[in-house]
Design a protein. Sequence first.
Length: 142
Amino acid sequence: MTDEQLMGLARKAAARAYAPYSDFQVGCAIESVDGELVTGANMENVCYRLGICAEQSALSAAQHRFGLDRIARIAVAGGTGEVVCTPCGGCRQAILEAAQLSGRDIPVLCGSGDGATLERHGISDLIPHGFGPANLDDPRPA
């Protein structure tokens, strides 16, 4: 699957988002190392902090389908204009967790809502000096 095809799945997922409060629909598509695919979309709630980001939705589906350690790449698209949609800080942290579990710097494709722009970043570029499971391997002092 090409980057553009994976991004197309993210855009299709965004169209199914539930975003009546922000009116900012985000979709996420995740491909496994074996080519399996899952998608997710943001789901808002009138109690704003109870909403779910598209990436969290797709990561949950990925864990149940093939495991976070099997994620090969992630595509995120949102909005309707020319601004590129990147994962929020919390989602970057969740993607970093999957990257550290897999031992790979997971590529994150970020697209504009109008489909004109596609950027490719490693999760290590999006959350430099991130704190994840690998940081917990520090031995305790005696």
